[in-house]
Design a protein around this ligand. Structure first.
Ligand code: G3I
Length: 341
């Protein structure tokens, strides 16, 4: 195993891998001692249907996140029906490969069935009933993997772009303290688990301010929040090094760790890409929206490698607060970005 002596050398390893050069070491070993390196895995990888993908994950990464299998609609599709099969396989895959296993996610406005917010007459639930439903879900899911899943995205994407709270059904029915309650229940279900707030675009000023305020309030209320996940759905220009640093430092100042929880770097020109990781956003994609359908020009591949080195330079600079860097998808072929239309 090769250990890099400098941040620059380790950052260069990522650049080399993204260039397809013969790897001198693995990603997880290159960053050993700095932070964990992860990948979001899909059902096929954990089930062994994608053997090449699974082997790549086992070789290169020491932490995994479930791309979809622990989301509410997957694991708890009906009021009295849980679907643990794929999630069980995910956790077993992580254990077999001695990885730090992340749970994604418990409370989100997306990928949550409508029944969650309704009674059996399809009328909106009241605060107490929804809190009970949230509590049951968290106790069941976190409880099942207690001591095995090491950290949970407890609340996902609760903020608008201007930093104000997103008016999700959770907020509208329960009120402002739904986030605090979710952290309380997650801690009750597994007191040893790390607990995270996870969101995108936190490198933008207004949203960063909103998130800082949210974390400050949570801490003041006694919530056991371990880290903030900066999702990292980046592109070649955004975020700037200054924005990336400012976001990391803002949370460091609050005494929480930071992770890059869903990293990908979009190489499409601005006019051709999604402006946001908001899964409800749609862009009208013309048939020729991808100028690189026939292959990525070498100049763009070089720019991508440089960009990875730049970003990892920042992550390494602040490795004292950085717990992990997780790529969202194992290969470009697995990426959610292929499904945008
Ligand atoms: O598995 C079904 C398949 O059976 C069906 O035929 C097909 C037809 O639509 O859908 C498949 O499910 C899709 C699933 O991805 C697996 O491909 C869902 O429709 C689709 O909504 C889902 O998208 C996921 C998205 O979150 C919404 O949950 C992406 O894979 C996943 O990468 C993306 O991840 C999110 C994070 O959870 C939160 N942060 C942003 C990030 C990117 O959007």
């Amino acid at each position: 195993m090769i250990r890099f002596r400098s941040f620059a050398a380790a950052a260069a390893a990522v650049a080399a891998l993204s260039l397809g050069a013969r790897a001198q070491t693995t990603l997880k070993d290159a960053y050993h001692g700095f932070f964990r390196i992860g990948a979001a895995v899909n059902t096929r990888q954990c089930a062994g249907q994608d053997a090449a993908g699974a082997a790549l994950v086992a070789a290169q990464f020491n932490t995994i996140s479930p791309e979809n299998d622990l989301k509410w609609e997957r694991i708890h599709p009906q009021p009295d029906a849980y679907n643990f099969g794929p999630a069980d396989q995910y956790v077993q895959f992580g254990e077999k490969n001695h990885m730090f296993i992340v749970g994604h996610n418990l409370v989100w406005h997306s990928q949550v069935p409508r029944w969650v917010f309704q009674d059996d007459q399809a009328k909106p639930l009241d605060r107490d009933a929804l809190l009970k439903r949230m509590h049951d879900h968290i106790m069941t899911v976190v409880g099942r993997y207690k001591g095995r899943i090491g950290g949970w995205d407890v609340v996902n994407e609760a903020l608008n772009e201007d930093g104000t709270p997103r008016r999700s059904p959770w907020l509208q029915i329960i009120g402002d303290d739904y986030i605090q309650k979710a952290f309380e229940y997650a801690h009750e279900a597994d007191p040893q688990a790390e607990l995270y707030y996870n969101d995108y675009n936190l490198e933008n000023d207004a949203k960063l301010k909103g998130a800082v305020e949210l974390v400050r309030k949570l801490k003041a209320a006694g919530a056991h929040i371990t880290a903030v996940g900066l999702q990292g759905h980046d592109n070649l220009e955004w975020p700037t090094v200054a924005q990336q640093e400012a976001a990391i430092l803002a949370f460091k100042a609050l005494g929480v760790k930071v992770s890059i929880s869903e990293l990908d770097v979009d190489v499409l020109p601005a006019a051709n890409r999604q402006p946001t990781a908001d899964v409800s956003a749609t862009a009208v994609a013309a048939a020729n929206s991808n100028p690189y359908a026939a292959g990525l020009p070498d100049s763009v591949q070089q720019a991508l490698a440089k960009r990875y080195a730049e970003l990892f330079g920042v992550f390494l600079k602040y490795h004292d607060v950085m717990s992990r860097v997780t790529f969202w998808g194992v290969t470009d072929g697995d990426s959610w970005k292929n499904d945008l239309n």
